[in-house]
Design a binder for this molecule. Structure first.
Ligand code: FAD
Length: 492
């Protein structure tokens, strides 16, 4: 019997610092750190291809920090954990909480099972600044609108807890069973994770993951480096530059936060006390508010568990989304003929990331100009984003579609030309991801079809040969969308 040892179940907390479950266990004795790739739960959201790539590298990094002691399993935690406890004689299990509805149900069932076996179970909050059940309106119901949620809900509560230090010492259970699936984490990629995201022929000739690997460093050290760079170089101008895809104006912390390589508590307190004391309040405050947008997404998912599948506003169930596979494919591949949209979709494909402003533009374009269901867009993002997150992705898509809780009004239809001119005025972002347009002057970079023939010729651009002509008419599709949305206002 292992009286002082603890089984530490890592999930979306792939870090050593500010890890309450790990610290709790390390203070009590030896550790048996495990990760389970749970592919058994019927309601689970299987991670997309980009997420699997990240997970593989993040687990390798965590394993190094744990002196190669992380055990990796694949299967049902309700079977695997009791089995492991039996084999090792360990009497205590700890984990940090997850918030997807199926994870909550699974963890509750596991907790009940372990209690019935006389096992001590302790769970912690490691990935939200405030628990979703702690924040409610005066009448006890959940908030649906961000600003009162943030100002009257979160900011009126005690501040988030201060991040914990790394455990000063970690010792491990000797002769614990090795992971049944991946005894050697180096085999993760070869054995279990696809190296190409889709079964369809890759549209880029460069292997997909090579470019992603060049842009990102999964793991706790990569997260800390991004946070440090952001605090040093960008937080001063964050309030304005966060909308500029042509600048390095945001933190690029989203995948790190999703996989828990960094806690929001760490980001919150570093931002409150940045290395650059001159950082103006506006940049700092804006960054804190964005971290709370993440919280708000989790809050909505917790209180409305059907957020990923059902319109938050039921009247959208009557919306006549159109089934247009060819247009959906053009959107996915960055071949719509609207440079800012195409640059965004290609950024996503090539780097596993897309700038937030551009996410809003490509979302609005899909849903409002093409009238394609937001769920098709969310599914594509789910497979291709490294930061694919059930809460943030679902809440954001519903926001863009107008069907969400605190949604953009249906009549806000972004114009990809004027938005491009405003947020990428010189076209640097477009030129980076649509190099075939690189020689167009800035005046036409967001509307190549409007350039005089001679200018297009001089730039080597031939519509529908070197670059697509627009796949929809902006004015007409906007009117169609307004009419379709207006019909929702009529009684059913
Ligand atoms: P920063 O601007 O540096 O923000 C710091 C952190 O705040 C981010 O890392 C993120 O955790 C959080 N944050 C910022 N904006 C938002 C937001 N609008 N909603 C929720 N959290 C936010 N974010 C995801 O993490 N996963 C997703 O799957 C996802 N899908 C999206 C889909 C659509 C259609 C849209 C419009 C937005 C989506 N977002 C998603 C939100 C946002 O685009 C990204 O969090 C952000 O671009 C990440 O870049 P960053 O880390 O540099 O952000």
């Amino acid at each position: 019997m292992q009286q002082t040892a603890t089984l530490v179940w890592f999930r979306q907390d792939l870090r050593i610092g500010d890890n309450p479950a790990l610290s709790h266990a390390a203070a009590r004795g030896d550790l048996l750190p495990i990760y389970i790739y749970d592919d058994t739960h019927p309601q689970r959201w299987a991670p997309g291809a980009a997420s699997r790539w990240w997970l593989h590298h993040s687990l390798s990094a965590l394993n190094q920090s744990l002196q190669q002691q992380l055990r990796l399993f694949q299967g049902d935690p309700l079977q695997l954990i009791p089995q492991l406890l039996k084999q090792t004689g360990i009497q205590r299990v700890v984990w940090n909480r997850c918030y997807e509805p199926w994870q909550i149900a699974r963890d509750q069932a596991l907790k009940a099972l372990l209690h019935s076996l006389g096992i001590e179970v302790v769970s912690f909050n490691a990935s939200l600044l405030w628990e979703p059940w702690e924040v409610s309106k005066r009448d006890g119901t959940p908030y649906k609108v961000f600003t009162p949620y943030y100002r009257n809900g979160c900011r009126q509560r005690p501040p988030p807890r201060y991040p914990l230090a790394r455990p000063p010492m970690m010792s491990y259970v000797e002769s614990a069973p090795s992971g049944s699936l991946w005894p050697d984490p180096a085999q993760l990629s070869a054995k279990s994770f696809s190296t190409e995201p889709f079964n369809t022929e890759p549209f880029s000739t460069t292997p997909w993951h090579r470019e992603i690997a060049a842009s990102w460093t999964p793991g706790e050290a990569g997260a800390a480096a991004n946070l440090q760079t952001f605090m040093r170089d960008a937080i001063q101008h964050y309030d304005t530059d966060r909308d500029r895809p042509d600048r390095a104006g945001t933190s690029r912390l989203s995948p790190h936060l999703h996989f828990g390589e960094l806690s929001p508590h760490q980001a919150w307190y570093v931002a409150q006390n940045p290395l650059q004391p001159v950082a103006p309040e506006t940049g700092r405050e804006r960054f804190l508010a964005e971290l709370v947008w993440r919280e708000f997404s989790y809050y909505l998912l917790y209180h409305w568990p059907t957020l990923p599948t059902d319109n938050f506003q039921a009247k959208f169930d009557r919306f006549a989304w159109q089934d247009k596979p060819a247009l959906l494919t053009a959107w996915q591949r960055g071949q719509t003929g609207f440079p800012i949209i195409d640059a965004g979709m290609r950024e996503l494909w090539q780097t596993g990331y897309m700038h937030n402003r551009v996410r809003m533009l490509v979302g609005s374009f899909l849903v409002k100009n093409l009238l394609i269901d937001w769920r098709a867009g969310a599914a594509w993002f789910w497979d291709t984003l490294l930061d694919a997150d059930l809460a943030s992705n679902s809440a954001s898509w519903q926001w863009v579609a107008g069907s969400g809780a605190d949604a953009a009004p249906y009549f806000r239809i972004f114009n990809p030309v004027t938005q491009g001119q405003k947020f990428d005025p010189e076209g640097y972002y477009v030129k980076r991801f649509c190099p075939e347009l690189a020689k167009l002057p800035a005046k036409y970079i967001h509307s190549p079809w409007l350039a005089p023939d001679a200018i297009r010729q001089a730039a080597g651009v031939t519509l529908d040969e070197t670059y697509p002509a627009p796949i929809v008419d902006l004015k007409h599709s906007r009117q169609q969308a307004l009419a379709a949305f207006a019909r929702l206002k009529q009684p059913a």
